[in-house]
Each structure stands twice: as structure tokens, then as C-alpha cells.
Design a protein around this ligand. Structure first.
Ligand code: NAG
Length: 303
């Protein structure tokens, strides 16, 4: 009996995460969020977070850097990856010749450094795997950026963690596993358990659309809203030519407003009516223009 207790103590010590943090009083700057399940909270996210530059440049989607986005309070980062000509997994817009915003490793290192400095923050990241690269290459970049230890692994992995079984933000932050990582295509949780397949957990509304007056399920095709969290692409695009679709910059103050026609609030209301609950994530371009924070607060007014 005694030796059993001793043995369990040793086992407990050995398995305790060396990265466990003292319980934080705030979770993403909000005390109530600590008691809210991850699957029940809503965040505005930055669409193409890595493509930062001058607003006149049609290739960019954001004016402020990833660090500035996080400093401002953004907690959902979306970005796309492609291989550059040297074979490095990089933050490229459609193709690396069009826009190359640096390696995935550098992008992840930026996030890692910011997370080190902000122990109450829980970040969700959604990466696009445009070139269908093996998930091991993503894992290598996470290793090199030393970001892996922050990544959340569902206790049920590789089986799905059902929506109602997600831990609270307080539990996740307390465990030090406060990066929740999804890949659109090519995840394999039997190989890399902390990179979750987006569409196992979420559905998404259409992207690159000029019609935000809908909340259709675009991907996965044939999916229903049951059992999945969801991401709303609140990004208004305009078609310049058949294959050139760019952010509709002229409409941005209406698009990113908290209320009014075409706003974040109007889209969220439509989605609530369509699917019976608030979106988990809403992606926007040029997040710094408009009223993303009041819009985010309104989505979480139940807590
Ligand atoms: C969270 O729960 C509240 C209260 O039940 C609900 O109104 C809201 O839609 C939920 N949000 C999400 C993202 O599931």
C-alpha cells in the first residue's frame, strides 16, 4: 500500500508537465472565459495573417504584423503555406512567386516568442497546406521553433474530442497547452497528434465570396452543423479577372463594423439563425480597421 502510494507519487512527478503554469486569473484578458469551454467561445481571427503590408498592395490582407495582431488581442490566426523554390515551407500567397512572407519556422518563432511573454493567452492557429506537404514537415517547423510544447493534444487523440467534452480555457492555460493547432488538409494525428484536421472539428462558410449575406456550409461538402464548431469567412472579395480575387478594400469600414448592413454583427446574427449557435471564429481582412473588438465581445455576451 505504502509503496504503491510512493510509486504513484513518483509517476505523477515524472509525468507532470515541466511547462505547467500557475493558474492564471485571466484567460485571454477575461476572467469569465477561464470557466468557458474552448468549444463555446468566439473569436475574431486574422485572415491571411502573414500577408502584411501597405493597403494599396492587392496581395496583402493585413496592415499590422502578427505580433501587432496578437498585441491588439487577436487570438485566432489563419495563414497559408506553400513550398518555395528551395523547398522551404513558407508563408506564401497562392504561390511563392506572388508573395513570400518568410518561412513557416520564422512565423512560428514569432508566435512562440509572443506566447512566452503572455502566459494568459490561448491562441488558435489554422494553417492551409496548399501544396499538400507531409505533416512531418510541419512538425519539423514546430520543433525548430520550439513551439510544440505549447500545443494542445486532445485527450481522446487520435479519436475526435466531442464538442461538449472540450476543456475550459482555464484548464488549457493552466496546463500550459494553450496553442490549438489545425491544418486544413493532410493532418495525421497518429503521426503528429497536436496538428488536428480542421474539418474533423469545424465546418466553414464560403471563402473568396462577394456575398456575405449567407451562412452556408461550404466545406466539408455534405456536412451538417451537428457536432462541429464553425468558422465564418467574413471576408468580402471582389473579382478583378477570372482568376484574380482580392479583398474589397472600399467596403472595409462597413464589413468590419460591429453592426449594420454587411457587418460582422449582421453576419453573426444570420449564422446564429441558420445554425442555432454563435460561430466559434470569424475571419476578417484588415482587422485593425473597423470594430472587431466590440463585435467579438457581442459574440461572447453570454459569459
Ligand atoms: C455558447 O453558449 C451560449 C449559451 O448556451 C450560446 O448562446 C452560444 O451560441 C455558444 N457559443 C458557441 C460558439 O458555441
Amino acid at each position: 500500500m505504502k509503496s504503491f502510494a510512493l510509486l504513484s507519487a513518483v509517476v505523477a512527478l515524472a509525468t507532470a508537465s515541466p511547462f505547467a503554469y500557475p493558474r492564471q486569473p485571466l484567460c485571454n484578458a477575461n476572467a469569465e472565459a477561464c470557466n468557458t469551454k474552448y468549444s463555446n467561445i468566439s473569436y475574431i481571427g486574422t485572415h491571411n495573417s502573414a500577408f502584411v503590408g501597405d493597403r494599396d498592395d492587392p496581395r496583402v490582407n493585413q496592415e499590422q504584423s502578427v505580433t501587432q495582431q496578437l498585441d491588439a488581442g487577436i487570438r485566432f490566426l489563419q495563414a497559408q503555406t506553400h513550398k518555395d523554390v528551395w523547398g522551404t515551407l513558407s508563408m506564401c500567397h497562392t504561390d511563392c512567386w506572388l508573395m513570400d512572407a518568410g518561412s513557416l519556422e520564422d512565423y512560428l518563432s514569432t508566435v512562440k516568442k509572443w506566447m512566452d511573454d503572455n502566459p494568459d493567452a490561448l491562441i488558435t492557429m489554422l494553417l492551409g497546406n496548399g501544396d499538400n506537404v507531409d505533416v512531418d514537415e510541419f512538425a519539423d517547423a514546430f520543433d525548430r521553433a520550439n513551439l510544440k510544447h505549447y500545443a494542445f493534444i486532445p485527450p481522446t487523440s487520435p479519436e475526435k474530442l466531442e464538442m461538449e467534452d472540450w476543456p475550459t480555457l482555464g484548464e488549457m492555460i493552466g496546463d500550459g497547452t494553450r496553442l490549438v493547432m489545425f491544418l486544413d488538409y493532410g493532418a495525421d494525428e497518429t503521426k503528429v497528434p497536436y496538428i488536428m484536421p480542421e474539418f474533423k472539428y469545424f465546418f466553414e462558410t464560403p471563402f473568396s465570396t462577394d456575398d456575405l449575406d449567407q451562412c452556408k456550409i461550404d466545406r466539408p461538402s455534405e456536412a451538417t452543423a451537428d457536432g462541429r464548431m464553425y468558422i465564418v469567412n467574413h471576408v468580402l472579395s471582389e473579382e478583378i479577372t477570372d482568376d484574380l480575387i482580392i479583398p474589397n478594400e472600399d467596403a472595409i469600414s462597413d464589413t468590419n463594423a460591429a453592426t449594420g448592413p454587411g457587418s460582422i454583427g449582421a453576419h453573426v446574427k444570420l449564422c446564429r439563425e441558420a445554425h442555432g449557435r454563435t460561430p466559434n471564429f470569424v475571419l476578417v481582412d484588415y482587422f485593425n480597421r473597423g470594430e472587431w473588438l466590440p463585435a467579438q465581445q457581442a459574440m461572447n455576451d453570454f459569459i
